[in-house]
Design a binder for this molecule. Structure first.
Ligand SMILES: [Zn+2]
Length: 160
């Protein structure tokens, strides 16, 4: 921080810190260690609203509930999936995205993150979600998933 009196840099220490505007700004009272004069600084916290860029290039504010809704649709009829598992997955995705400190994310990328998590929650939900997003990248990947499903349904007795 440059002292407004002597121009010294990085030589101040903070005497007092206060939040302003309901925490949107921080006011600090500083003392220059070069000339011992005091000054205040106000820091605005950058508002980070994450936007989702859709495939048609429209942008809309990030909304965690949409992720949950998408996962719920894929999980329709699947009895062993707890809603808290979906909530946690959505929270995890949200946290990951916000921690990148970028202002935009492609909807495709969110789709991939959701798939990654659904994969470990429920294979059927994963395939449903993936087919909606058309995210199978190659035939091998698709085969691996079909095999996985085959193993699961093989455990159930056939319904005749
Ligand atoms: Zn100074």
């Amino acid at each position: 921080m440059k002292c407004p009196f002597c121009g010294g840099q990085n030589l101040d220490h903070v005497l007092e810190t206060r939040t302003l505007n309901d925490g949107a700004s921080i006011k600090r009272r500083r003392e220059c260690e070069g000339c011992s004069r005091r000054f205040t600084t106000i820091e605005d916290i950058e508002e980070l609203q994450l936007f989702v860029v859709k495939t048609d290039n429209r942008r809309e504010p990030f909304d965690r509930s949409k992720i949950i809704h998408g996962m719920q649709l894929s999980c329709t009829g699947r009895k062993n999936i707890s809603s808290s598992a979906l909530d946690e997955a959505a929270q995890d995705i949200e946290r990951t995205l916000y921690n990148r400190l970028e202002k935009e994310v492609n909807s495709r990328e969110i789709g991939e993150m959701v798939m990654e998590r659904l994969k470990s929650i429920d294979a059927v939900a994963y395939v449903r979600f993936a087919s909606v997003y058309q995210q199978f990248e190659d035939a091998e990947q698709f085969k691996a998933i079909v095999n996985l499903l085959g193993k699961r349904s093989a455990r159930k007795p056939s319904a005749g």
